[in-house]
Design a protein around this ligand. Structure first.
Ligand code: AMP
Length: 418
């Protein structure tokens, strides 16, 4: 049996990795402009963190986690999302002791035992950010802007920002009761999944894509009707800040997101261009989470974007990536005597920052020139017997095909000048 990557995982091969580098550079730029610092946390954590932080009744904890016992008997889980890990790290290192607000970003792999399909994997990657310490709507709007700017600069525009509020904890609780009462009246007509969720995680019923459920949800009570003054004021302030920044949005009163820790603002970036995997990213305010993880009363808000899905949308909108630009030098050593000097010359050029490809197959000059073109270098530099004898090299511009003989000592100047 030949060995293959595990179902739901995929290799990112050289041509594609260029796209990853491009968007990663954009993440860094946007994060720097908004003054977010990077955090890297371990890929696995104790299972307890996600049970407490994400919630036992969520799909993630209930059926999607990669949980295993290590050789010491501890229950560990490959992280299915980042917020719980970031909060754990903030509490563990008392990072809020010196600064009332911490702004952090991250990018890295996440693991969920989802049913694989296009845009849905078991190992996928997220870029995200958390703004911790402020209860104010400015930080909700800032987080949404960081996500929005990132998507736009990555070349995505065919998406909608959907936004909603879950209000304060007591509003959410009150709404939950109203919703349960309503859903119980329609119990018999709900899908089996939703019937179960009415008792475990009723807000999640609003996320259902089942046609029968959709009809019932359409007439369900709206959370917007039970908001108290504080919740309403917070929501309107966030929307005003988005208006000022010219960020378009659609209010979706049934948007709840699946996790237990959200309050006030929740949002999602959705697209109609990628079939069923329509969510590119999302997030919200999660003031209760710190207390759930033993970190006291610390308000916070964050988002994450799925990198694979964003790349799918980017390619869909921009078409195939444009041809790579020619870069660097191919150093052709002609004959055995040229091998050592070419080796030394290659290092000299690399130390000047040039990309240098050398021949390690001892091929003919013709084969080496073919390789040079395959590597998309700008120049071929040829070193043979004649050049060795008189301290020169032949430089060929592979774009114009012009060729000149130059002194070896002048080579860097010529190559770097263009
Ligand atoms: P969530 O926290 O579940 O809303 O996930 C945030 C984003 O991560 C989603 O909007 C997706 O873009 C991405 N995502 C979530 N699960 C997967 C998956 N199994 N495969 C690929 N991307 C995913």
């Amino acid at each position: 049996m030949s060995l293959q990557a595990v179902r739901g995982t995929k290799d990112i091969l050289p041509p594609e990795i260029e796209q990853w580098h491009a968007v990663e550079a954009i993440f860094r730029d946007v994060a720097r402009e908004f003054a977010y610092d990077e955090i890297r946390t371990p890929i696995f954590e104790s299972t307890e963190l996600f049970k407490r932080g994400v919630g036992e009744e969520t799909d993630i904890v209930g059926k999607e986690m990669y949980t295993f016992e290590d050789r010491g008997g501890d229950s560990l889980t490959l992280r299915p999302e980042m917020t719980a890990s970031v909060v754990r790290a903030l509490i563990e290192h008392s990072l809020l002791r010196h600064s009332p607000v911490m702004r952090l970003w991250y990018a890295g792999p996440q693991f969920r035992y989802d049913r694989p399909q296009k845009g849905r994997y078991r190992q996928f990657h997220q870029f995200g950010a958390e703004c911790v310490g402020s209860p104010n709507p400015e930080s909700d709007a800032e987080i949404i802007l960081v996500a929005y700017e990132t998507l736009r600069r990555c070349g995505c525009s065919a998406f909608t920002l959907e936004i909603n509020t879950l209000g304060t904890q007591s509003v959410r609780q009150q709404y939950r009761e109203q919703l349960v009462a309503y859903l119980r009246q329609h119990h018999a007509s709900l899908s089996a999944d939703s019937q179960r969720r009415v008792e475990t995680n009723p807000l999640r019923v609003l996320d259902s894509k089942d046609e029968r459920d959709r009809a019932i949800i359409a007439d369900a009570p709206s959370i917007l009707d039970v908001l108290d003054d504080d919740s309403r004021a917070h929501f309107h302030a966030v929307l005003s800040l988005l208006d000022v920044a010219n960020v378009p949005y659609t209010i979706n009163a049934t948007l709840v997101r699946g996790l237990d820790y959200y309050n006030h603002t929740v949002f999602e970036f959705t697209t109609t261009e990628l079939g069923t995997q329509n969510a590119i990213g999302g997030g919200g305010r999660y003031d209760p989470l710190f207390a759930m993880l033993g970190g006291g009363d610390v308000p916070a808000v964050g988002f994450s974007i799925g990198i694979e899905r964003m790349l799918l949308l980017r390619e869909h909108e921009q078409g195939a990536p444009s041809e790579q630009e020619r870069d660097g030098v191919y150093l052709c050593a002609i004959g055995e005597a040229a091998v050592l000097p070419a080796h030394a010359l290659a290092l000299r050029l690399r130390r000047q920052g040039l990309r240098v490809v050398t021949d390690v197959m001892r091929r003919s000059i013709k084969a080496q020139m073919k390789e040079a073109n395959r590597h998309l270098v700008k120049y071929a530099v040829m070193l043979g017997e004649t050049e060795l004898a008189d301290g020169t090299v032949v430089v060929k511009d592979l774009h114009s095909t012009e060729q000149q003989t130059v002194r070896q000592s002048e080579l860097e100047t010529i190559l770097l000048a263009s």
